[in-house]
Design a protein around this ligand. Sequence first.
Ligand code: PGA
Length: 260
Amino acid sequence: MSPHAGRPFVVGNWKMNGLGEGLGEVEAVAAACRGPDLAGVDLALCPPATLLDRARALTQAERRLALGGQDCAVAASGAHTGDVSAEMLRDAGASLVVLGHCERRGAHREDDALVRAKAEAARRGGLLAVICVGETLEERDAGRAERVVAAQVAGSLPPGAGPAGIAVAYEPVWAIGTGRTPSGADVAAMHAVIRRELLSALGPGAERVSILYGGSVKPDNAAALIALDGVGGFLVGGASLRAADFLAIARAASGGGSAP
Ligand code: PGA
């Protein structure tokens, strides 16, 4: 998939949460997609891979609601016990995949080179790659946040990438799951840095790449965040687990914003 240029894109990342009963939340989001209040936004949910196939059955009629994976292997198939390939995600109903989330960069020691290889795999498998970048609190306090994030963007883009198969999510590590968010000025400044890196790597077509903000996005801060310069949507963790919260964020995004 590629999110529509000029329309906010809101992606829910369920992380390692969700058993079969969670499909009711998927169903509720799918039903709400038909409402006029969500006409201005593209949505995606990334449940655990185990739910993708069942989620597809509930969402396939909804053009504006996509499904995604949370990671993919570099290889398409083979002797890689426990891994799931981009092709398998697509086969199960995904049209995008989140890559380089800080929980993978941290706990699984994924570096930019590996994220880039996975982004290439996503392209091969026909998935939009939502590439996550973001600084730690130490890096921000040391005044290195913009340099760190610029290097992550440059290092994580797949070779020969075009703008069509890429979105970037700026997620400060210290804002994830903490209830803290950066100032509006810091978010806007970082989105401008990311846009500059994308333009220099991909050329003028990079104006169309969606740059999402992620990290403690909630129904009560979404309207202010979407109004910031350069914020083209959200990557939502905890608040995407309940349809009511995810939809409130999506409605805020639908009503404002400076996408992509
Ligand atoms: P959060 O997570 O919304 O729970 O802070 C965001 C993310 O990890 O993508």
